[in-house]
Design a protein around this ligand. Structure first.
Ligand SMILES: NC(=O)c1ccc[n+]([C@@H]2O[C@H](COP(=O)([O-])OP(=O)(O)OC[C@H]3O[C@@H](n4cnc5c(N)ncnc54)[C@H](O)[C@@H]3O)[C@@H](O)[C@H]2O)c1
Length: 296
């Protein structure tokens, strides 16, 4: 294995087990150091121990992180800097699947907020903190874990689908920062992988026929998900992109129409092109203000 990521440092959320752990292993294989933030402390510590033993040196560290708060996200990135000198890669992967089939569940604020807080808003919060740390390092890449559920939809996973559509919208909104501070942002969109989260999403004992349908749905191999994530990290041309990880391999979906003809005039295109350098300069100023404000 060529050490293509030698000298790089990655922060991964939700990597105590399953998809996140697979990605952590591959990052270490390619020479990176990794910091794992999760709420499953025993599994997170065990994963880090396994990675350090495999490498024969300290390549991994764990920090308890509930991704829903800025405080925890800031502590995780600061910890990575203290442990390994800075951060080049962020894999924002933590997620939940519980109570996704929400329509006739109780009208419970905390239940629905929790899904969006962890799956969507935490990706925004982690992304904002990551942007400042990666910019400080001179550039880097953020990969968010969305899902095929970020493109497709159905009642069984309704609020989960909404949460992952949100991750794709957020990711596509941030392609300008490559030009501002050399930070790219992408999203990986796997179909089913057999994990605890998938079971939470699809299996139930209340007679929903989806449980039987789910059992027959094609799965993607974890290696394919890892391949998609590593492509989004290592291929510098990938920016604002969502890559699917499917049983047949890694696929780039057709991008949505970003400019409907009714919304575009020649005048608009001219001013948008003319103002592109000013827009980049504006965000460079905003970045410096944000770094100063946050002390990063
Ligand atoms: N398994 C699938 O079929 C599938 C398909 C597409 C996308 N995904 C996405 O992949 C990601 C990883 O899921 P997985 O399938 O490996 O399941 P998983 O449950 O093993 O992984 C999710 C991880 O996120 C962590 N987590 C949950 N809430 C957290 C919080 N508040 N703060 C920090 N960490 C938290 C969990 O402890 C766990 O380690 C998720 O975002 C999931 O939505 C999964």
């Amino acid at each position: 294995m060529t050490k293509t990521l030698e000298g790089k440092v990655a922060v991964l959320t939700g990597a105590a087990r399953n998809i996140g752990k697979h990605v952590a292993i591959e990052l270490v294989n390619r020479g990176a150091k990794v910091v794992i933030g999760d709420v499953l402390d025993a599994q997170g510590e065990a994963t880090v121990k396994e990675l350090n033993e495999l490498a024969g040196e300290k390549v991994a560290a764990y920090i308890h992180t509930d991704v829903t708060t800025y405080q925890a996200n800031k502590a995780m990135f600061a910890f990575a800097e203290t442990e390994f000198g800075g951060v080049d890669i962020a894999f924002l992967n933590a997620g939940i699947g519980t109570n996704a089939n929400t329509m006739f569940l109780p009208l419970d604020d905390a239940m629905d907020d929790r899904m969006l807080d962890i799956n969507t808003t935490a990706v925004v919060k982690g992304g904002k903190v990551a942007m400042l740390y990666l910019a400080k390092r001179g550039g880097g890449v953020i990969v968010n874990t969305a899902s095929v559920a970020g493109f497709l939809a159905g009642p069984t996973m309704s609020i989960y689908n909404a949460s992952k559509h949100g991750v794709i919208g957020w990711t596509r909104s941030n392609d300008i920062y490559k030009h501002v501070c050399n930070v790219r942002m992408n999203a990986v969109c796997p179909t089913w992988v057999d994990t605890e989260l998938a079971v939470d999403l699809a299996e139930n004992d209340d007679g929903n026929p989806f449980t039987e349908i789910f059992a027959k749905m094609p799965r993607v191999k974890a290696e394919t998900v890892v391949e998609a994530v590593l492509t989004l990290i290592e291929d510098e041309s990938r920016n604002g992109e969502a890559l699917l990880a499917l049983p047949g391999g890694v696929i780039r979906p057709q991008e949505p129409i970003s400019r409907f003809p009714e919304l575009v005039s020649e005048e608009f295109l001219n001013i948008a092109t003319q103002k592109a350098p000013d827009t980049v300069a504006y965000y460079k100023r905003k970045l410096e203000e944000a770094r100063k404000r946050e002390g990063i």
